[in-house]
Design a protein around this ligand. Structure first.
Ligand SMILES: Nc1ncnc2c1ncn2[C@@H]1O[C@H](COP(=O)(O)OP(=O)(O)O)[C@@H](O)[C@H]1O
Ligand SMILES: [Mg+2]
Length: 488
């Protein structure tokens, strides 16, 4: 039995005559009630009502499109079983409807033969009926339910069946979508003839457009995995070890599912890059929460916008939720009741209670500006510190960016370049390589060692211009955070 069915069964066991199901999935509710009705009400059946069609099966000689008239009819002529009331939540501001529901409640409590099931994509419970309505927020479809739907779509595209390994990734990626949404996504994926990773990409971008409805959540396509990160071995190894732990099988097996990392450190040393790379390595969709939009007021109060953002994220889990440069919006406020501190404390609470398949990748440049509770044990699995890259790390970073910019590595003296870029960040190294390439191109030739050397002569790294800040970050990290790099 699905959790969905189980939730409804429990309401029936409690003899609730009025059930309010908060879900956008009307068709799934109908199928579920149909399969449960003979078990809950032996000999009973499923009736439905909508404001366009009235009661079905119809009440003879009576127009039941008016909600109060339909309810009156159901009270006077009770039908054994469930009655699925499709649009009723839109009529909750009508006193006649509220009154009729209350009467139905008392009538069916006395003689429990039927249950009225209201289904609504929004949770709009009338206050007057709070005590009478049994409110259930339905879980999104399980992997098993999704598997059935995927198999049904697959049948429509013979010869394009998913390989078993891809199938389990697809089912994981679909989690959080409704059955209809999963159906549409899979139809589209199959009909475009996508294969392999493209299938997952199609699903992730469908999730992306769902989250877009809440503008402050931005879907970030997975372009990289950890192979594009030079050095920072401790974080890469940490993520690699947990690659198989971020899924439902791990939860079922009682394994510790990763909750989140906080990556702090010197600007340009790969913190944001790591957040993206972890999602890429695990093949889990990545969403960036734009905190400045949360605080902008465009989406209601910051608390409401933030709460809605977390809710949306829960609906599309499994996901990696990326909160970049956390201190920019959540730094320690002067007054205790500021929106920042309210949002920050609800974030901390949520971190401890959030559903398991949401991994939070947070980054911060100036972590000392954040309230100290952030690093308390139990919230993030690990706090990593990205320092300026070591010699060996700069060699790797140089290789990655030279290669990306079409250079032939054997024309470059890495040892010398490592020396020229001492105390440089990864971002600065990348910038030097790109500028060198641009200059060489302008001169109509291939990039050479000398082009890069010229850039390194010209540029003054952040570690010099902001030496004090870099020192402050290092001092904070000492004893508080795990080095992202392996000691050389
Ligand atoms: N360790 C690294 N390996 C490869 N590239 C790096 C590394 N660190 C930084 N970069 C390059 O610099 C860019 C900016 O780095 P980013 O991750 O945004 O820095 P941060 O978030 O720490 O300020 C990256 O997109 C990447 O191209
Ligand atoms: Mg960054």
């Amino acid at each position: 039995m699905s959790k969905f069915e189980d939730q409804i069964l429990r309401a029936i066991e409690g003899r609730h005559p009025l059930i309010y199901l908060h879900t956008p999935e009307e068709d799934r509710v109908a199928a579920c009630l149909e399969s449960l009705v003979s078990r809950c009400f032996p000999g009973g059946s499923l009736t439905s009502w909508s404001c366009v069609r009235g009661l079905e099966p119809p009440a003879e000689g009576l127009d039941t499109r008016d909600p109060a008239a339909a309810l009156r009819h159901l009270i006077e002529h009770p039908r054994r079983g469930f009655c699925l009331l499709k649009d009723l939540s839109a009529f909750m501001n009508d006193p006649k409807v509220v009154r009729s529901l209350r009467e139905a409640y008392f009538a069916f409590c006395r003689d429990y033969r039927s249950s009225l099931v209201l289904v609504s994509p929004v949770a709009a419970l009338p206050e007057a009926l709070e005590k009478e309505l049994c409110y259930i927020e339905l879980e999104p479809p399980s992997s098993e339910e999704l598997a059935v739907r995927v198999a049904a779509v697959e049948k429509l595209f013979p010869g394009k069946e998913l390989a078993p390994a891809l199938r389990s990734q697809v089912l994981l990626a679909l989690r959080g979508l409704t059955l209809m949404e999963a159906d549409h996504v899979m139809q589209r994926v199959f009909s475009t003839g996508a294969a392999g990773d493209k299938v997952l990409e199609g699903i992730f971008s469908a999730k992306g457009s769902l989250a877009k409805r809440a503008g402050y959540l931005e879907f970030v396509p997975l372009r990289h995995d950890t192979s594009v990160v030079g050095g920072l071995e401790n974080v890469k190894e940490w993520a690699e070890k947990r690659k198989g732990l971020f899924n439902h099988d791990a939860i079922k097996a009682g394994l510790p599912v990763p909750k989140g990392v906080l990556i702090m450190g010197v600007s340009g040393c790969g913190k944001s890059l790591l957040a993206k790379a972890i999602a890429g390595l695990w093949q889990v969709p990545l969403f960036r929460l734009n905190m400045s939009l949360v605080f902008s007021g465009l989406y209601g109060s910051p608390e409401t916008a933030f709460h809605n953002a977390l809710h949306t994220i829960e609906a599309v889990a499994p996901v990696v939720l990326w909160i970049d440069e956390m201190e920019a919006s959540l730094s320690t406020p002067k007054e205790a009741a500021s929106p920042q501190s309210m949002v920050f404390s609800s974030f901390l609470t949520w971190m401890q209670e959030k559903p398991p398949l949401i991994f939070v990748a947070a980054t911060a440049n100036r972590i000392e500006m954040l309230p100290a509770e952030i690093v308390r044990k139990g919230r993030f699995d690990q706090v990593f510190f990205c320092d300026l890259p070591t010699d060996a790390e700069r060699a790797e970073i140089l290789k990655i960016h030279l290669d990306r910019n079409g250079a032939d590595l054997k024309d470059f003296d890495l040892k010398f370049l490592i020396y020229c870029t001492k105390e440089w960040s990864g971002a600065e190294i990348e910038q030097a390589v790109i500028s060198a390439r641009v200059e060489a191109r302008q001169a109509g030739r291939r990039m050479t060692m000398q082009d890069i050397e010229k850039q390194t002569d010209r540029m003054v790294p952040l570690s010099k211009t902001m030496a004090e800040q870099v020192k402050a970050i290092r001092d904070w990290a000492y004893n508080r955070a795990t080095p992202a790099s392996r000691s050389s």
